[in-house]
Write a protein that binds this ligand. Structure first.
Ligand code: NDP
Length: 298
């Protein structure tokens, strides 16, 4: 291996934050043979990692001073700010690199990048799109943004986390923007699924009985995304064969069925009202994707 691609050529990597994801990241670095320094606000989360060879730092300052690269993975940017923007930690970070894999918003990523620039800290932002069990395996999906040369420099170490890494651009907020958009799909879909199982249960159908059909509905979505992306980008929204009026009728059935059983229908009511707004704005023959346009209009 050349020094440019050998992750162990890096002298050390520090991981700040040892929740389930931080522990998975540190574990992958250890498995790759990297000297791995770990720190967590609450002590005691590093025992297993230390048993596997990680070096315990007693303070965040000591942790960041031990490595040229620090990976942060905590609950949100309030937490990462509380760690990084502490005077001694900030001073110790000068001339070093932080990769922040904490999930939050694009604005918070940009704000942290401005802080890093003011304090001579090299900064990359990123997000992890897959569960802890994928880390260090081919199934991990990580996205990154920030200065390309900095990303290229640390790529060999980041690659140790496994799977697919995509650098989305120099705009530091870009990874968080993708993350928020993708999590919007996930949480909206999960909320819909929870609502669906509540209706099914009220009708005497278990989640297990519904499962094969629920999986079938889920599998319809990727081709729908593929078929409609260009229409959304071009703001065309063809409703041929499936106009938005038909969608509203289907949604009204769901609202009615839920409320018959005393189940909160606010999720579906919100979706129905957006679709009705599109109709009211004179788009009754358009497809459901017109809703994206209605939302963008504010
Ligand atoms: P959590 O999101 O619960 O984060 C826990 C970590 O945050 C702990 O290290 C905790 O420290 C730390 N923390 C919380 N508040 C503070 C604070 N004020 N100051 C310092 N540290 C603080 O657990 P995860 O490890 O699962 O997630 C970490 C990040 O990874 C999140 O942004 C999450 O969205 C993202 N992620 C997680 C996935 C998963 O499957 N778990 C999947 C994809 C992304 P302490 O122990 O002291 O409380």
């Amino acid at each position: 291996m050349s020094p440019n691609t050998d992750p162990t050529a890096a002298s050390s990597v520090t991981v700040l934050g040892l929740g389930p994801m931080g522990r998975a990241l540190a574990g992958a670095f250890l498995d790759a043979g990297l000297r791995t320094v770990v720190w967590n606000r609450t002590p005691g989360r590093d025992d297993e990692l230390v048993a596997r060879g990680a070096q315990r730092a007693m303070t965040a300052e000591e942790a960041v001073a031990a490595s040229p690269l620090t990976v942060v993975c905590v609950v949100n940017y309030d937490a990462s700010d509380a760690i990084l923007r502490d005077g001694p930690v900030t001073s110790a970070l000068k001339g070093r690199t932080v990769v922040n894999l904490t999930a939050d918003t694009p604005d918070r990523a940009r704000d942290t990048a401005a802080w890093a620039s003011e304090h001579g800290v090299d900064y990359l932002d990123g997000a992890i799109m897959t569960p802890t069990t994928t880390i260090g395996t081919p199934h991990a999906v990580l996205i990154h943004s920030g200065p390309q040369p900095l990303y290229a420099r640390h790529r060999p170490v980041l690659d140790v986390l496994g799977g697919t890494h995509t650098h989305l651009g120099e705009d530091i907020g870009r990874a968080a923007a993708y993350d928020v958009a993708l999590l919007d799909i996930f949480w909206t879909a999960m909320s819909g699924y929870m609502h669906a199982v509540a209706i099914a249960k009220a009708e005497g159908i278990s989640a297990t009985e519904l499962l094969p059909f629920a999986q079938g509905i889920g599998a319809i979505l990727p081709p729908v995304f593929a078929d409609t992306a260009a229409e959304i980008d071009n703001n065309t929204h063809s409703g041929e064969g499936n106009p938005i009026t038909s969608a509203v009728s289907s949604m009204a059935h769901i609202v009615h069925a839920s409320e018959t059983h005393g189940i909160d229908a606010s999720i579906m009511r919100a979706a129905e009202s957006l679709a009705r707004k599109a109709i009211d704005l004179n788009h009754p023959t358009d497809g459901f994707t017109r809703v994206a346009d209605v939302l963008s209009r504010g």
